[in-house]
Design a protein. Structure first.
Ligand code: GRG
Length: 296
């Protein structure tokens, strides 16, 4: 989408995989963590939880694992946190797709959970994924990590942002740019910020640089999503497009224009990478992730 970004770096030694492989490895690790935790659970709710978790990019799991690796924390130690964030993310997508919210039939190129099963299974699968996330995190015995995710997922974070978004539908005065920033910092940004700073929290180090990085890529991610809603196609994105404009919603694109939105996204990626300067080249893979969020 934004082709003039620098190329992603290509590392090859043992654990330092090139970005694309590190992303796949993180996604697989998160998916297997969730599947392992569900062994023995049977029936439509358990089946639909696994169905909903599979097929994503694994960006949030990647952020957890790579931010932990910055502090020398092995991916098998951070694995439950990677599973937890992908479980919360999957729950949010299932509920967001419901007829009472965004009413979507397609997610990750597959029928949404309420389409494949039904609405009550979709509500319960989302509920159970949220509970599972805290079961996984609880097993790590790190209260500050757990409290941080509860805060990010809740009314001061993702749920609060989602509520603002729904409340803004159909109102006479579209949201201002500042209001959109606030809404998106909760709806999309809070989970990304938590994931990006999880490694520092696990290590007991200052999370401020990673929080700043996460905040900036969270907004860049949402700007890219708004651009894809205009420029993308449903087949390659695996979900419906053109919904924002169709609903007359204020977005980053409606405020900044397509070119303005692209240039703001690029600035945010540069600022996000700068926020990691104190980590040197150890943070190269995270910087690749920042470039990736606007090149989807
Ligand atoms: C229902 C409580 C509740 C919250 C929903 C995050 C959210 C709040 C709704 C999702 C709506 C949406 C599509 C927002 C755009 C940004 C976003 C979260 C896109 C999907 O994330 P990706 O691209 O998805 O990381 P994959 O499939 O790769 O995991």
């Amino acid at each position: 989408m934004l082709a003039d970004q620098p190329p992603v770096t290509t590392k090859t030694d043992n654990d330092d995989l090139p970005f694309a492989q590190a992303l796949t490895r993180a996604r697989d690790l998160a998916e297997s963590t969730i599947c392992d935790a569900l062994v023995g659970a049977e029936g439509d709710v358990a089946d639909s939880m696994i169905y909903a978790v599979k097929g994503g990019k694994g960006l949030r799991a990647f952020l957890v694992i790579e931010s932990a690796r910055l502090f020398g924390i092995d991916r098998f130690v951070s694995r439950p946190a990677a599973g937890a964030i992908e479980a919360i993310h999957a729950y949010s997508l299932i509920h967001d797709d419901l007829p009472c919210m965004d009413d979507d039939d397609l997610r990750r190129g597959k029928p949404t959970v309420h389409r494949k099963w039904n609405e009550h299974i979709a509500v319960l699968a989302g509920d159970a994924l949220q509970a599972l996330a805290f079961e996984l995190l609880g097993g790590m015995g790190r209260a500050e990590l757990t409290l941080g995710l509860a805060n990010a997922a809740g009314v001061r974070g993702m749920v609060g942002g989602q509520a603002m978004d729904i409340a803004a539908e159909g109102v006479a005065t579209p949201l201002s740019l500042d209001e959109i920033m606030q809404l998106q910092a909760g709806k999309t940004g809070a989970l990304i910020r938590w994931a990006a700073s999880a490694g520092a929290v696990m290590a007991g180090e200052d999370p401020a640089p990673l929080e700043s990085f996460g905040g900036k890529i969270g907004i860049a991610f949402q700007i890219a999503d708004d651009i894809l809603d205009v420029e993308g196609d449903a087949a390659s994105l695996g979900k419906a497009v053109g919904k924002d404009a169709g609903a007359g919603k204020a977005t980053f694109v409606s405020h900044l224009g397509l070119d303005g939105a692209k240039s703001r996204a690029r600035e945010l990626v540069t600022e996000a990478c700068d926020a990691l300067s104190s980590y040197g080249d150890k943070a190269d893979c995270l910087k690749d992730a920042a470039r990736f969020v606007i090149s989807r």
